[in-house]
Design a protein around this ligand. Structure first.
Ligand code: NAP
Length: 274
């Protein structure tokens, strides 16, 4: 019998909306130190407003984004935070996964709650990667692990390699305008009690002037972005992770929590974008 370690056991303890960090502290394997103090201020504001799940990766800013996250979480109760980081596929061999995770944890200054393989790739030795993930749980470097940019077949293949713990979460692209996973990965994740992290959920801000969403939002005293983000809150096991580099955006995004669209409005929005 598997000693499963589903994220379900902590579901309800992760915030309804998280924070992405792509672009904060640099880009593809390259750091940018120019906005550090402001980025820390923005992330701290978001945490203070209840967006306690933070998504980052070793690739973001070549590790500098993790350093900024590490600075941002100082002073907040650790057990109320949920830090997600990722290993790049060129580090997917057993020893490399261990090395990458420990380096990420050092930059963050703490353990990692959820550690993801960032992308599938033909040369990823998936069973080695998964065995390394199990070892990292046992070593206390990470609490849970999962997969990013995987389809159901890929998730099943990875799960078949595991002997001790299970895949706890999947992070894929999902938004009202990008709904591929709705008939595949999302129901799979829900059936298996995993967490689904939805990335690029506000389509880089493209929803902010959407008149249909603004119209719905008027009823609730909410903006179009807050309506979209609340629509995701209505999906079981799913947490959107919008990225905001500005305080006014982080405040707006946090304002999508603590209220609920009516079921009728939820359906209306769902059908409007189909
Ligand atoms: P996103 O969250 O949909 O959009 C981010 C953009 O929206 C930024 O330009 C931001 O501007 C703007 N924005 C934020 N809040 C806003 C608001 N209230 N009103 C108007 N515009 C607003 O896209 P994303 O960054 O691609 O995705 C989110 C996160 O998902 C990433 O940061 C990353 O952590 C994760 N991700 C993961 C993967 C993966 O392969 N696993 C891939 C892509 C992304 P400002 O910065 O100026 O505030």
């Amino acid at each position: 019998m598997r000693d499963t370690k589903y994220i379900k056991s902590i579901n309800g303890k992760v915030s309804a909306i998280g924070m992405g960090t792509w672009g904060i502290g640099g880009g593809y394997w390259s750091p940018d130190y120019s906005g550090d103090d402001e980025w820390v201020r923005v992330l701290r504001e978001g945490i203070g407003l209840g967006m306690t799940l933070i998504d980052t990766a070793e690739m973001y800013g070549g590790g500098h984004t993790e350093e900024i996250v590490g600075r941002s979480i100082k002073g907040f109760p650790r057990e109320e935070l949920f830090i997600v980081s990722k290993v790049w596929p060129n580090h997917a061999r057993y020893d490399d996964v261990l090395r990458s995770a420990r380096a990420s944890a050092n930059r963050l200054g703490t353990y990692i709650d959820l550690y993801l393989l960032h992308w599938p790739a033909p040369d990823v030795p998936i069973c080695e990667t998964m065995r390394a993930m199990e070892r990292l749980v046992d070593d206390g470097v990470i609490r849970f692990f999962g997969l990013s940019n995987f389809d159901v077949n890929g998730i099943e293949e990875a799960r078949s390699c595991l002997s001790k713990y299970d895949v706890a979460a999947v992070e894929n692209r999902y938004s009202l305008l990008h709904r591929v996973d709705e008939s595949s990965v999302i129901p799979y994740v829900q059936r298996n009690g995993m967490l689904y992290l939805a990335y690029t959920p506000i389509e880089k801000g493209a929803f902010s002037n959407n008149e249909f969403l603004m119209g719905i939002g008027k009823k609730y005293g909410k903006t179009a972005i807050q309506v979209v983000l609340n629509w995701y809150v209505g999906i079981d096991n799913l947490v959107p992770i919008p990225k905001a580099g500005r305080v006014e955006h982080v405040r707006e995004n946090a304002g999508a929590m603590g209220w609920r669209l009516s079921r009728d409005d939820w359906e209306l929005i769902s059908n409007h974008f189909h």
